[in-house]
Design a protein around this ligand. Sequence first.
Ligand code: FDA
Length: 401
Amino acid sequence: MTLPERREAIWRTPDVVVIGAGAAGLMAAFTAARRGSRVVVLDHAPEPGRKILISGGGRCNFTNRDVKPECFLSQNRHFARSALSRYTPADFLALLATHKIPWHEKKLGQLFCDNSASDIVKMLLAECDAAGVRLLTDVRVADVSRAEAFRVRTSAGEFTSAALVVATGGLSIPKLGASGFGYDVARHFGLPVITPEPALVPLVFGAGTESWVKELAGVSLPVKASCGKVAFEEALLFTHRGLSGPALLQISSYWQVGQPVRLDLLPGQDSGRLLAEVKASKGKMRGPAVLSRWFPQRLAQELARQYAPDRPVVEWADKTIRALAEHIHRLDMHPTGTEGFAKAEVTRGGVDTRALSSKTMEAQQVPGLYFIGEAVDVTGWLGGYNFQWAWASGHAAGEAV
Ligand code: FDA
């Protein structure tokens, strides 16, 4: 065997194979390699970190100042706590500082790159490079099996390793290379998978239901959107198919088919009192003019059409004002579905955390097998939480392999 052949052969039997060169996989790879492990990362996409590149409108909302376990959904509510506490937003900011990457804070503690999301990908790749990680893109993984070690058969040949880290993400945005591979590996090794569903996703109305909504496409306003006991106060956007905007995307992660989404269109205000004041002072105005004091014109017209009498406000009975106020603060919408994985920012559900160690992300029944990032049943709120979970879970696995 020649020297180059021997070198190549060494890479066929690394200590760790990571499948998926996204946020979580790259973090796990360089964390493990820094500790001395020989790490190979495989990805079927032509380039690593594609979701990072498109995230946050191209500026990557890479974390949030206020990361709490309550900001994550999972069937096992406490699972994320351990990893999140051992790799915090401050740790990620320290990493950015060593690479001199400028960033800024937007609303609600959301932290973004000043320049471009590509700063984050370059940083992760530089860390992998410095730690000696071998990254192979455009590689199809055919299957994974296990005897004494894990055997990964790919279009670039076979790899054997003592540890296998699955970081293949969720099903959102298939055109960027999303696949259910991680779930398949989990099932293959007997791990349960919570049904993956689109989350942080616009909701839609079927034909013939709430058809007035599409007439308002493009209208946006601050609301409080709630579903059951969960509520978010943020912007709502009417679309041609239904509802979107941050408040609605957040609620979509909690929404189940058949549940109403309740909108408070004037959160924190007493619209009954406001309407009574208008009645007292500008008695001749009609519904659209009255309501356009608080709402965009088209929404004001629609609310007036549905809920206000076609008479000057001075003639509105107190009972009518109370009913209108009730609609303004408790408008129940009945979405029939979501825009699906093609438009979902993330996937809720995934590898059941009850089968994993919360400290290391290792499968309890399959030593050496790890699941991290979005492939796992941990879903963050909008606002940098999903990347923080990717960094934290990737770091936890990288420290443990
Ligand atoms: P990720 O999806 O990043 O990586 C998985 C990798 O595995 C990919 O490189 C993929 O090609 C590879 N792969 C998949 N199947 C494979 C297979 N069979 N074989 C080999 N490789 C395979 N979050 C946030 O916190 N802030 C934000 O600003 C945004 N913005 C945002 C915008 C948009 C449009 C989307 C779609 C998503 C976001 N997110 C976000 C969510 C965030 O991008 C997401 O949660 C993380 O990228 C998840 O990181 P992972 O590493 O787990 O998966």
